[in-house]
Design a binder for this molecule. Structure first.
Ligand code: PLP
Length: 378
């Protein structure tokens, strides 16, 4: 079997975890949590990082701290992993879904700009409201889909024109940069994920990153049950038990040591597939801006032969995955406002396919995958 994208634990993971087990420091206090946070903050070039149980939890806290609350709207892409929309709902807010740009598969900024200009208005108190019902637009939540980054300068200028906080879902984009700055460093806050299939993994885990010291302190407080006294059980608000445990952070520290190598390998895999499959007229690749370096986290092709390929690759025990189902096709989000002209999301869903790209895949395996794809796609 050739897996899709599996964790690569060939560094010091076992040594660090063993140390946690031998010393008893396995839970939410321990030096690896701090070390992991410092390593991530330094790598991204961001002031603060707060480790959480998963990326969804980081997103939930980031939205809450951005001021998103009951009955607000959050502007986000229709095509993403479901966690993005779920985190919005956890705050009591409602997503407004935007179609994707058909070339880079990121939130379509033309649609976003048009929507803000025509469907929203300022209240007398300066809040941005949806005209049709007077509900508040609270934040923009872009997702760096597949690790790619869209036109960040344009998005930042839209957010600033409309005075909307930007929370980045950077769960897939560790190692990607835009004009030399890392994904996750553009917004007020960003979330990262270390789930099993991400570019680095702690089994499960996430992080909230920000340059804002006050928000970082609030995030740490909220993720540790809002306890204010080291001795007494005094908690000053409803907090969450969202902190990452030391034993998983130990894996994270070992993974961070390997991240630059993982990014190089993922990029080499991407280059291999792009050149090997360039001759297939029916295959398109995700468009990447010249100012972006793409981590190629989960290499994905776009082809009318998606269904046939799934079957053929399955027969050869080559694992592949169609693209996420758009949020507006899921029962809990089908009633959300969906801003779209051509519904590119539906076609991305039915034509995109992620193919094997683990950091420990061999050249021979890559060759097998490419050959099988070329056999099916003209
Ligand atoms: C993985 C992922 C998340 C959530 O991360 P978890 O750590 O699994 O909670 C959120 N958004 C996107 C786009 C993701 O791919």
């Amino acid at each position: 079997m050739i897996p899709l994208s599996v964790p690569n634990l060939s560094g010091k993971e076992l040594a660090y975890v063993t140390e946690c087990l031998e010393t008893g420091w396995i839970s939410s206090v321990g030096s690896y949590v701090t070390q992991f946070e410092e390593a991530v903050a330094e790598y991204l070039g961001v002031k603060h990082a707060i480790a959480t149980v998963n990326g969804t939890a980081a997103l939930h806290i980031a939205l809450q701290l951005a001021g998103v609350t009951q009955d607000d709207y959050v502007l986000m892409p229709n095509i993403t992993f479901v966690a993005t929309a779920n985190a919005v709902r956890y705050t009591g807010a409602e997503p407004i879904l935007f179609d994707a740009n058909p070339h880079n598969w990121q939130l379509d900024l033309d649609l976003l700009e048009q929507f803000l200009a025509t469907s929203c208005e300022r209240s007398s108190t300066g809040e941005l409201l949806l005209k049709r019902n007077g509900r508040r637009i609270a934040a923009i939540l872009p997702v760096h889909v597949q690790g790619n980054i869209g036109d960040m300068n344009r998005l930042l200028s839209i957010a600033s024109d409309y005075q909307l906080p930007l929370v980045e879902d950077a769960a897939e984009s560790m190692g990607s940069t835009y004009r030399g700055a890392h994904a996750g460093t553009f917004g007020l806050m960003a979330c990262l994920s270390f789930n099993g299939n991400k570019i680095i993994s702690t089994g499960g885990g996430g992080m909230l990153v920000t340059n804002n010291t006050q928000l970082a302190e609030r995030a740490k407080h909220l993720t540790t049950t809002a306890k204010t006294d080291p001795m007494e059980y005094f908690h000053d608000e409803v907090g969450y038990n969202y902190r990452l445990v030391n034993v998983l952070a130990a894996i994270g520290v070992a993974q961070m040591e390997q991240l630059p190598g993982f990014v190089r390998k993922k990029q080499a895999i991407g280059e291999f597939y792009r050149s090997e499959l360039a001759g297939c007229a029916d295959i398109e690749f995700q468009q990447v801006l010249p100012e972006v370096t793409h981590n190629n986290w989960l290499f994905t092709i776009k082809t009318g032969y998606q269904k046939k390929l799934v079957q053929a690759l399955n027969n050869e025990k080559i694992v592949c995955r169609p693209f996420w189902m758009p949020m507006n096709m899921l029962p809990m989000y089908e009633a959300c406002i969906y801003v779209s002209e051509k519904d590119h999301c539906r076609s991305i869903h039915s034509t995109c396919l992620a193919i094997p790209c683990s950091t420990n895949i061999t050249d021979e395996e890559l060759g097998v995958v490419a050959t099988e794809i070329k056999r099916i796609v003209p």
